[in-house]
Design a binder for this molecule. Structure first.
Ligand code: PLP
Length: 729
């Protein structure tokens, strides 16, 4: 194995006294430490905004005079010293939850593979919910001390950025990332050459470079193919996320799964267990099997061994949403692999064969992952039921309840999503070390210690901050881009920071019914334009570029947003990302979610809202079916659908939606005010939301469940496997 060096692309020339800003810039720890972000903001708040909160770009561009001034600013240096002490303490911490709970695993390593990682808005290597979950998984692993490494891609263009045309049609812009302005660390060998891995595809070899990203104590390795060694076509393999071209897609997935294993090997890592987040990385099972077959095992023996250390999480409750490849492509790309594995074509295809609705066969990535993983889970209780039903055919002799697919409900990384000021309230009224007690119910009971008035002021502050941000964005766009005036209004510049505000932000897929609120237009008009008790709505979200009905749904919403009769109280924020998500889940009053039931495997944006005291108003699907207790938010419709016909069910859900807004939400917000104008019952509900949901739907709870339910057992198996190998060798 080559000797590994790590090289940061930019060497900053910073004043000595504050030189370690550089260390901060190259570790995403600052993403969930508001004090660390404040350092950059204190130096140059405008640049911090215009660099999109990216410390590497910030330090590259900041004026030397401002840095020098900071070195003479006692207040700044105070924060600086405190932040650096905390960073060093965190990075050097010996007694983590993991090391204390699992002392036998101190030398082990967990590999975590995902197509996307949503860590921060400046790192566009994510598209949506799946990526945010992966990013939060890494951050929490770091906090708990779980020895985990992530494997994924750094994409040249990431996911597209969204613009809406005047007639409401989504435009997709592809903006290349600036590699040098990101905290991507190049990995070099002893000759200062970039470490590369190779995979063999039909008629060509594809090379990939490996970048390292530090996420607190966790490392994320990102593969990238736009390098001179590759054919022009292959250089584009890691251009974007979720491409529709199947041949590109299968090449990508081979690179992630098989190439990812090779990357870890090239860097000297020997993971004890392997977690596949969704089926995109399932080819890693084949690479692992190949390693054993090459050492003399049969394929069956290899599978027996690797199964015990594979964990697979499924996220897709709809058959059509799952990743599948036509057999001609599998023939083309795997003929060498199955012969190397000692299998016939039929044996190989049969591992993951799935019948298509039109009668033919395809090769299914989730089936491959299910068959070669002992540990299998869905992402909420209801999704567990749906998954057991959906995949029952893989275990034809078992009853649905005995299908070996469990569930661990998703969570969110608390400190990433919590408003800074709400965090300060927690520190002040619930204990300075509140971060250490995130999954303890007794801790959350102390939410009652926060005085209503202080709490409400912070909530109002977050809403004003959201509206100010939206207005600022609208103004900037109006000044610099050639947009029609009505688009500036649609972007939210007429929003009212004191009106009851409902947020709806998520992918525009038809099952999420982003247009449900428009179903009775007149009723909506009345709600929004009520002179005394106005309700305003903020929408955001992208549709997949190939999803025409999704784009039509955006258009329908955008038409309403532009309709002057609403008085500018509806808004559509373009280009939904983690930055907008943070503003919204912290700033609105109510978080609306309207999926067709069982289609939302879990959902996580509502958890972010709940943590911040924003009240969920949602269909009882995914996580909300577990979270809702009758007094911590509102449910749309009942716990079961009453109608088989989705159109009829839509109508019923829309009626429930309007009824609850008119009869419960609006009165609770506007009418029940105390003498000093505090909406006491609303505040009580906010506290109930935080108390009951804040810890339960955190990644703290989630990662501990992964540890006890799956990682623990998989790591034990991995240790046995290694001991067996050592004996045999
Ligand atoms: C949290 C988040 C999501 C996931 O939202 P759901 O609709 O709950 O699945 C998607 N995109 C961004 C940018 C997010 O922050």
């Amino acid at each position: 194995m080559a000797k590994i060096k790590r090289e940061e692309p930019i060497k900053f020339s910073l004043p000595r006294r504050i030189k370690r800003l550089e260390d901060l810039a190259y570790n995403l720890w600052w993403v969930w430490n508001p004090e660390a972000q404040r350092l950059f903001k204190e130096i140059d708040a405008l640049l911090w905004e215009s660099s999109y909160h990216n410390p590497v770009a910030f330090l590259r561009d900041v004026e030397r005079a401002l840095l020098n001034a900071a070195t003479n600013d006692r207040y700044f240096l105070d924060i600086y010293d405190r932040v650096m002490r905390e960073f060093d303490r965190y990075m050097g911490e010996k007694d983590t939850w993991f090391s204390e709970t699992y002392p036998d695993f101190s030398d082990e390593l967990m590999a975590y593979f995902s197509f996307e990682f949503g860590l921060h808005e400046s790192l566009m290597v994510y598209a949506g919910g799946l990526g945010i979950l992966s990013g939060d998984h890494l951050k929490e692993s770091s906090d708990l001390g779980i020895p985990l490494v992530g494997v994924g891609f750094v994409y040249t263009y990431g996911y597209f950025s969204q613009r809406i045309s005047e007639d409401g049609w989504q435009q997709a812009d592809n903006v290349p990332i600036d590699f040098d302005a990101l905290p991507l660390i190049r990995i070099l060998d002893e000759n200062d050459e970039p470490v590369k891995i190779r995979i063999d595809l039909p008629g060509r070899k594809v090379f990939a470079r490996i970048y390292q990203l530090n996420v607190g104590r966790v490392k994320l390795y990102l593969l990238h193919t736009n390098i001179p060694e590759n054919d022009p076509n292959d250089r584009h393999l890691t251009d974007r996320l979720y491409i529709s071209d199947l041949e590109l897609r299968i090449s990508q997935e081979i690179l992630l799964g098989m190439g990812g294993v090779r990357a870890l090997r090239a860097l000297g890592h020997e993971p004890t267990a392997w977690h596949m987040n969704e089926g995109h990385s399932a080819f890693l099972t084949l690479e692992r099997a190949l390693e054993y077959v090459e050492s003399g095992k049969t394929f069956e023996q290899a599978v027996d061994i690797i199964k015990k250390t594979n964990i697979f999480t499924t996220h897709t409750p709809v058959p059509a949403g799952n990743d599948e490849f036509p057999l001609w492509l599998v023939d083309k790309y795997f003929v060498q692999v199955w012969s190397d594995l000692g299998l016939s074509r039929d044996d190989f295809i049969n591992i993951a064969k799935i019948k298509q609705s039109w009668g033919g066969d395809a090769f299914s990535m989730p089936i491959l992952a299910f068959k070669l993983s002992e540990h299998k889970n869905a992402v909420s209780e209801l999704h567990g039921q749906v998954a057991r039903q959906m995949w029952n055919f893989l275990w034809p002799d078992k009853e649905e309840d005995d299908i070996p697919i469990g569930y661990i409900t998703n969570g969110i990384h608390t400190e990433t999503w919590l408003a800074r000021r709400t965090g300060l309230l927690f520190s002040r009224y619930m204990g300075a070390d509140w971060q250490d007690h995130l999954d303890e119910p007794e801790f959350w009971a102390q939410i009652e210690n926060i005085p209503d008035e202080a709490f409400w002021q912070v909530r109002q502050h977050c809403k004003r901050r959201l509206v100010a941000y939206i207005i600022n964005r609208g103004r900037q766009k109006w000044q610099t881009a050639n947009v029609h005036p009505v688009q500036t209004i649609a972007s939210g510049v007429l929003l009212d920071p004191y009106a009851l505000t409902i947020g709806f932000a998520r992918r525009f897929a038809t099952y999420k019914r982003g247009n449900l609120i428009l179903r009775d237009y007149d009723r909506l008009l009345k709600l929004v334009t009520d002179a005394r008790k106005p309700v305003q709505f903020i929408f955001a979200g992208k549709a997949h570029p190939a999803d025409e009905p999704g784009k039509q749904m955006i258009q329908e919403v955008y038409r309403a947003v532009k309709d002057a009769r609403f008085g500018g109280r509806l808004a559509f924020l373009e280009d939904y990302d983690m930055n907008i998500a943070r503003y919204m889940v912290q700033g609105v009053d109510v978080w609306l979610n309207t999926p067709r039931r069982t289609r939302e495997a879990s959902g996580t944006s509502g958890m972010k809202a709940a943590l911040n005291g924003v009240l969920n108003f949602s269909v009882l699907d995914g996580w909300w079916r577990e979270g809702y207790n009758g007094s911590n938010g509102w449910a749309i419709g009942q716990d079961v659908d009453l109608y088989a016909d989705p159109q009829v069910q839509d109508e019923a859900d829309a009626l429930s939606l309007y009824d609850i807004i008119e009869n419960e939400i609006v009165p609770l917000y506007y009418d029940q005010r105390s003498g000093d104008n505090l909406p006491c019952d609303w505040i009580a509900r906010m506290k109930e939301s935080i108390r009951t949901l804040g810890g339960q739907f955190s990644t703290r709870r989630m990662l501990k469940e992964y540890m006890t339910s799956y990682y623990d057992s998989a790591m034990h198996s991995g240790i046995e496997e290694r001991n067996g190998k050592e004996k045999a060798g």
